[in-house]
Design a protein around this ligand. Structure first.
Ligand SMILES: CC(C)(COP(=O)(O)OP(=O)(O)OC[C@H]1O[C@@H](n2cnc3c(N)ncnc32)[C@H](O)[C@@H]1OP(=O)(O)O)[C@@H](O)C(=O)NCCC(=O)NCCS
Length: 233
């Protein structure tokens, strides 16, 4: 077992803070007023996805899987999954996914995470991220789905085999390659019901509460209830 060096002048190791278990507001240390404030939006890439893991571990009481981080790097969400940089330092992020709706032409954008480190709040960083997302994936925009799943490929082959008209099969194949374009009709997300600051933030941006779910979050996260907030055109 490692021993702590107690000689005078030797720094005492400080244990890492425990990850948050709720979205309750934490004390903010305001950034210095005179400091230059440059806020930029930056891509999430395989090289900096580790920064995203670090930010998420501080910002959210939910742990995200390896699969989740892999999906964030997909080309389809490149415009709606971003870092916010404050003077070049990543201090916030937004990560979204697109969801198909039953109506064949329509889709929704789901905001999985949107957060900013406490010392950098109330200076417009999250607003900048949200505005970027709405500009690229908000109501009225379009999204293309490329279905590359093995099942889809199998279905395609079966359809081709069964099709008497080879021309039609070729047309279907071309359409799949091009992707399936859908119109985005809404953007939505979940907010834990003790997180008034996030609710106020989204309401300021035109989101409305459309549902309340009592047991949305896993056991161990309190409260487990969530508001569903949505913005339509
Ligand atoms: C909610 C959150 C993203 C806001 O980030 P932010 O960078 O401080 O937001 P902005 O500076 O862009 O705030 C824009 C507006 O939202 C509202 N708002 C934001 N925080 C607020 C708070 N604590 N109390 C009241 N209103 C608030 C205000 O109207 C604010 O405008 P103003 O500062 O001119 O009054 C941030 O508090 C956060 O990261 N929380 C933890 C993670 C989280 O809960 N994410 C949401 C669930 S995905």
């Amino acid at each position: 077992m490692a021993m702590t060096d107690t000689r005078p002048g030797v720094p005492v190791p400080v244990p890492a803070p425990a990850p948050p278990r709720t979205y309750a507001p934490r004390t903010a240390v305001p950034i210095r007023a005179g400091m230059p404030r440059r806020i930029d939006i930056a891509d999430v890439t395989p090289n900096n996805v580790g920064q995203l893991r670090k930010l998420n571990s501080v910002l959210f009481p939910v742990r995200f899987s390896e699969r989740w981080y892999k999906d964030v790097l997909e080309a389809q969400v490149a415009d709606v999954s971003k870092f916010a940089l404050f003077n070049d330092i990543p201090v916030g992020n937004v990560c979204c996914r697109f969801e198909r709706l039953e109506n064949k032409d329509e889709a929704k954008l789901y905001i999985m995470t949107l957060g900013c480190l406490a010392p950098y709040r109330r200076i417009g960083i999250a607003s900048k991220l949200l505005e970027h997302v709405l500009e690229h994936g908000g109501p009225g925009k379009t999204v293309t789905f490329h279905d590359n799943s093995d099942k889809a490929k199998g279905d395609e082959k079966a359809a081709q085999g069964a099709s008497a008209k080879k021309g039609q099969a070729k047309k279907d194949e071309d359409k799949k390659k091009k992707g399936e374009e859908r119109r985005i009709v809404a953007v939505y997300l979940h907010v834990q019901t003790d997180n008034d600051e996030a609710k106020l933030f989204y309401e300021k941006h035109g989101f409305k509460e459309v549902e309340r779910l009592d047991e949305y979050y896993h056991r161990g996260i309190e409260p487990r209830s969530a508001w569903v907030l949505e913005k339509r055109q």
